[in-house]
Design a protein around this ligand. Sequence first.
Ligand code: GLN
Length: 219
Amino acid sequence: MTTSNTQGPQSSKTIGVLALQGAFIEHIQHLNRCIEQNSYNLKVIAVRTAEELNQCDALVIPGGESTSMSLIAQRTGMYQPLYEFVHNPSKAIWGTCAGLIYISKEVSNEKDLLKPLELLEVKVKRNAFGRQAQSFIKDCDFSSFAPGVHDFPAVFIRAPVIEEILDPKHVKPLYSLDNGLIVAAVQNENILATSFHPELAEDDIRFHDWFIKRFVIKQ
Ligand SMILES: NC(=O)CC[C@H](N)C(=O)O
């Protein structure tokens, strides 16, 4: 998998993208474009093993199918290394769609065979908008929390929503749709969760660049 490592002022950090299942390639491509365009001193690697995970300062868990992701993690012996990694407060964690489900504490439906990482103090509902045919793209203004990220094409594919915030002291909603459904949240200063797929926004890397600045290099 391609990686980038360009020189820059801050110490070199590594962003891992969990590559067990789902849209991990698109995340790697978006992150590498951010690095190249901004000369960040960062590297991006695909993560399939504990050794690769141990190289990372941050981990993006992509969209896909959370049950499949969970089963593959268990069958490859990655559940425990992932559990310990994401629960380390020095690491930056971002779960998108299935990744949001996978890091959540509670799942309210379709939870057979799913063993989440129990990090994000929320209850999520899977497939909250219905089936594939109900998937949609919505132009969203995220500039209230991500400076400059307005008119962003947010892609929702069989997306989950956050039904309940279990620990309001540490989990803050970042964005709700017009119907009040929470589709983005942050926990403490190091955990981001989005129901939508910024990695599928063609040619728009602003959300990934905000993730890098806010959670990885902490500019
Ligand atoms: N685009 C996605 O990641 C879909 C998530 C999937 N519906 C799940 O429940 O895991």
